[in-house]
Write a protein that binds this ligand. Structure first.
Ligand code: 5RP
Length: 292
């Protein structure tokens, strides 16, 4: 059994010493193989080193929620404005045109819905990951959930084994533990567990103290948007995450539930890639919304 005596929280995150990216522009990727770097380069903009991923995988857990009733009508038109599309094989195959050239981050775990107990999941077959031409794979870990923590970490680890076989990066999606405080300590632990298990990208939630979460995660970190917020608040969250060192967003509801989703994804891109301040992002959003 691990020695749990005198576990001390980390307090020395070396915030003034950036990770070495001299051999490849993304954190933690210096020693990765060519195929993995090439796929990461499809997802992360070479100039900014960041990404705006569009998440629309919610339906496999929740069914046709608001904004995702018709992926062909609601999401397909947004695809060209995203740096990467994160979704499930069924909706991508049926509703995203095959001519799409944006990279796909394929949700690779499945098995339960919000109607039962979530996260008792299994993985897709490896042939599916190849035939979907995935540039990245994603699976969730539910840290702190006694019923599913070990299952989801084992799944995730297995997915990294498969990804490594073909040099496909794997994104670790950190679930929000029901009984966990949504703070930097918890998300920092969950993110680090993902990276320790071989994630090439970690997706987690923005929180106060996020610079420590990013610093202690040795691969690019992107944030989920979470529940729909007023546009200015979503832009502030993206901005703050970037200031803390995040490598972008994997945002869903705050884009596709916006009254002007194309304007919103462009505004988020402005903040993530072009250094817009939240107020400037909002101005861009309003202008584009009014032009539409
Ligand atoms: C949870 C996910 C979702 O894709 C993601 O969290 C949704 O994004 P948002 O919170 O921005 O709607 O990975 O399964």
């Amino acid at each position: 059994m691990a020695d749990l005596d005198d576990i001390r929280d980390g307090d020395n995150f070396g915030l003034n010493s950036p990770a070495d990216t001299s051999k490849f522009y993304l954190k933690g990727m210096n020693s990765m193989p060519w195929g993995l770097k090439n796929r990461m380069s499809r997802i992360f903009n070479r100039k900014s080193g960041r990404t705006v991923m569009l998440a629309f995988d919610h339906g496999f857990l929740m069914g046709p929620t608001s904004g995702l009733e018709r992926i062909d009508l609601n999401i397909a038109p947004l695809a060209e404005h995203a740096d990467c599309l994160m979704g499930c094989r069924g909706t991508i195959r049926t509703m995203i045109p095959a001519e799409n050239t944006q990279p796909v981050c394929l949700r690779a775990d499945t098995g339960t819905t919000i109607l039962t107990e979530m996260n008792h999941n299994v993985l897709l077959g490896e042939e599916e990951m190849i035939s979907m031409n995935a540039s990245a794979l994603a699976a969730m870990i539910s840290i702190g959930d006694a019923a599913t923590e070990s299952k989801t970490i084992a799944n995730f680890s297995r997915l990294v084994d498969l990804g490594n076989k073909y040099d496909i990066p794997v994104m670790c999606v950190t679930a929000v533990g029901k009984d966990m405080a949504r703070d930097a300590r918890y998300f920092g632990l969950a993110s680090r567990v993902g990276a320790e298990n071989g994630a090439s990208i970690v997706k987690t939630y923005y929180t106060e103290g996020f610079e420590n979460v990013v610093a202690a995660t040795p691969v690019p970190v992107v944030i989920a948007g979470g529940k729909k917020l007023p546009e200015i608040e979503a832009l502030e969250m993206a901005y703050n995450a970037i200031q803390c060192g995040a490598a972008g967003v994997d945002m869903g509801r705050n884009v596709f539930q916006s009254e002007a989703p194309v304007a919103m994804i462009k505004a988020v891109s402005g903040v993530v890639h072009d250094g817009l301040k939240p107020a400037e992002g909002l101005e861009l959003f309003e202008t584009l919304k009014n032009e539409a």
